[in-house]
Each structure stands twice: as structure tokens, then as C-alpha cells.
Design a protein around this ligand. Structure first.
Ligand SMILES: Cc1cc2nc3c(=O)[nH]c(=O)nc-3n(C[C@H](O)[C@H](O)[C@H](O)COP(=O)(O)O)c2cc1C
Length: 358
């Protein structure tokens, strides 16, 4: 049994978070993860970008209304297990307005329903500054997690009153930081910089990497790519197959909506990388741009790729994924995945003293 501060804080069985992966749906995945004793996370960047119909299977409504319905659905789908769940909400400048509505939907849902209050436990904010959100989130009593790419950002989270900091390394899938610091360096640096509990993200997929995160001082791991490649995940089969085909060198970094993004290598992602090098080289030099300053050719290539993804066009699709895709070789159920990770981590940890000759 691996029990950490994260399990105690949220009343859940395993110190594992299923990552938000917008603008796509993680609605089924979140229910499956919560039912299996991990933290299930609903992605909301699709709602924020006005793609509500696409991520709810055709429902109509404002992001606020659609999220309220999704929260009720996941509450029903996890009734028996009393699973714990939350949402991921991007708070960068581009998302600030819809983010307010999304966060308010969570706060209202918890206030209106005692069962929701017990099980809808977490808001994970990402891709922006946490400080402007303190007054909205803190008084509500929901646990607040924020994603950071550096020790400096982690200290800002402490000032903001964040409950758990997620240190997200550059090997991770899709949105990544402007400065390429990977988990092996980032996670211990963040743990040393703050007294707030820290979760590792980027590159986690099995018992060995969970055990490593705990050894580096984390209270748990957040996994995106590994959860994407499971039976219940909402993602298209072509995306899961691409992960199974990938080796550890089969991802590429190019521009993606709010900044750098890591994609699985294919024709479309390599073309986008090439045009990013030519037209938006600041992305590789730690010089942030934004939607107002980025070259239009880059934006239109991105949009073409995202549209092709929704159309199921395997060659032209831009499919986000982490370096860890190279370590993923099966499509288990979420339950099998989580049980396997915990069993393997326990074995590794219990055999360590024997391995080092004590
Ligand atoms: C397809 C995809 C979409 C993602 N979208 C989001 C998002 O909308 N918001 C966010 O904070 N992180 C997003 N991420 C990052 C994940 O939340 C997570 O931190 C990351 O996948 C961890 O690295 P890993 O893929 O190596 O597990 C996304 C990741 C993937 C693979």
C-alpha cells in the first residue's frame, strides 16, 4: 500500500492524478480514473475555446452550463466507488474570461450539493499566473493545485496559497514550458524550493517512475500520455495506436495554441516544427510570443492540424503526446493500469534495501 499526503488530503486510494488533456474530452477517462482510486480530471479548455458541443457529444449550452452537466454526469458515474474528481482549467491571458465562468461553475456545484462537495475536490489551474486567482478560489474551500515549470513559479504558488504544486517537466505531452527543464532536474528543484506538497508530471507511466517521484520528494504523480493510451480514454483509436508505435525519440516540439507543445511525430507535426523554426524561432529560444504576435502561417498550420485531428485524418492530425510514449506498449483498462503501477512501485521499493546490499 502506497499512501502519501496527497491520498490523505483528498481521501483517495492512490497518489496518482489523471491529467487534464484539453481541448479534448477526458470525461470517460476521469470517471474511470476516479473509480479506480486515482484523481479523475475533467478537461475544460475545449469548453473555454467554444468547442463545448464537441467535448460533450453534441450538447448545447454555455461553458458554465455544460460543465455543470458534466460534473453531474461524473458524479453519477462514480457514485458506487465514491471516486474523487476535479477539473483542469487553463488560466493564461487567452483563457482568463472563460476560466472565471468555469471556476465559478465548480464553486457553485459544490455549494449546491453536499455529495458534490465531498467528491469534487480539486481545481487544477495551469498555463498562467496563480496570484490573480487567490481571492476566487481560496475562500471556496476546494483544494487548489497549480502547474509550474520552475522553482521560481513554485514560490509564486506558495504566495498565492496553492495547496499542491504540480512540477511539470519538459518531456510531458502537449503544453510545455518555454524553458526546457525536464522532470529529473525540475522535480527535486521544486521540492527543495517550497514547503507545499509537490506532484511530479512529465514522463511518468509505471511503478518505477512512481517510485522515483516519491524518492525525489513528490507526494504523487500526474500522468497524461499514459492515461491517454487506455481502453476507456475518450481519445481516438488512431491517437492510441500512434502512441503504441512511438519510440522514445518519436516526439517533436512546435507551437501549440498558448506556446510550445510536444506532439507525437508524424507528417503534420514535423511540418509544424519546421515552420515554427522558420517563423516563430523564439519558441526555441525561451522568448514567449502570444496569439497577437505569432506569425499567421504558424497559426493556420496549427489550426489545420487540430481540425484534421477532429476529422480523424491520421497523417494531417496534430496529436499531443509526451516522450514517455516510447515506453508505452499496451492499452490496459484504467483499473489494470493503476493496480499494475502500484504493485510494481511497491515491489521496487521493498527490494531496494536488498539491491543496495543492506
Ligand atoms: C493531448 C494532451 C492535451 C493536454 N492538454 C492540457 C490542458 O488542456 N491543460 C493542461 O494543463 N495540461 C494539458 N496537458 C498536459 C497534461 O496535463 C500533463 O501535465 C502531461 O501530459 C504530463 O506529461 P506526460 O504526458 O508525460 O504524462 C495535455 C497533455 C496531452 C498529452
Amino acid at each position: 500500500m502506497i499512501r502519501t499526503e496527497l491520498c490523505d488530503m483528498l481521501g483517495m486510494k492512490h497518489p496518482i492524478i489523471q491529467a487534464g488533456m484539453g481541448p479534448y474530452s477526458t470525461n470517460n477517462l476521469a470517471a474511470a480514473a476516479a473509480n479506480a482510486g486515482a484523481l479523475g480530471i475533467i478537461s475544460t479548455s475545449g469548453l473555454a475555446l467554444g468547442m463545448g458541443e464537441m467535448v460533450t457529444g453534441g450538447e448545447k449550452g454555455t461553458p458554465y452550463e455544460l460543465l455543470k452537466r458534466l460534473l453531474n454526469r461524473i458524479k453519477d458515474d462514480t457514485k458506487e466507488s465514491k471516486g474523487i474528481f476535479g477539473i483542469n482549467c487553463m488560466v493564461s491571458a487567452e483563457f482568463a474570461q472563460p476560466a472565471r465562468k468555469i471556476i465559478q461553475a465548480v464553486i457553485d456545484a459544490r455549494n449546491e450539493d453536499p455529495e458534490m462537495r465531498e467528491r469534487l475536490r480539486v481545481i487544477i489551474t495551469s498555463a498562467g499566473d496563480p496570484l490573480p486567482w487567490t481571492e476566487t478560489i481560496k475562500p471556496s474551500g476546494v483544494k487548489w493545485f497549480h502547474v509550474v515549470p520552475s522553482a521560481r513559479h513554485a514560490k509564486r504558488c506558495e504566495r498565492a496559497g496553492v495547496d499542491v504544486i504540480i512540477a511539470s517537466g519538459h518531456e510531458g505531452g502537449m503544453h510545455i514550458a518555454w524553458e526546457p527543464v525536464h522532470t529529473m532536474v525540475l522535480l527535486p528543484a521544486v521540492v527543495n524550493a517550497v514547503s507545499t506538497p509537490v506532484v511530479g508530471a512529465g514522463g511518468f507511466c509505471d511503478g518505477a517512475t512512481l517510485a522515483a517521484a516519491l524518492a525525489l520528494g513528490a507526494v504523487g504523480v500526474q500522468m497524461g500520455t499514459r492515461f491517454l493510451a487506455t481502453k476507456e480514454s475518450d481519445f481516438m483509436q488512431m491517437w492510441k495506436d500512434q502512441i503504441l508505435k512511438s519510440g522514445e525519440r518519436d516526439t517533436t516540439v512546435a507551437r501549440g495554441i498558448v506556446g510550445p507543445a510536444r506532439y507525437l511525430k508524424n507528417e503534420a507535426s514535423l511540418e509544424l516544427t519546421e515552420i515554427t523554426v522558420r517563423k516563430a524561432p523564439g519558441l526555441f529560444l525561451g522568448q514567449p510570443d502570444d496569439l497577437a504576435t505569432v506569425a499567421p502561417e504558424v497559426m493556420s498550420k496549427e489550426m489545420e492540424g487540430f481540425n484534421a485531428t477532429f476529422a480523424g485524418d491520421e497523417k494531417r492530425a496534430l496529436m499531443g503526446g509526451g516522450e514517455v510514449a516510447g515506453r508505452i506498449e499496451d492499452l490496459p483498462t484504467v483499473g489494470e493500469l493503476i493496480e499494475g503501477i502500484i504493485r510494481e512501485a511497491e515491489e521496487i521499493i521493498s527490494r531496494l534495501p536488498e539491491k543496495i546490499g543492506r
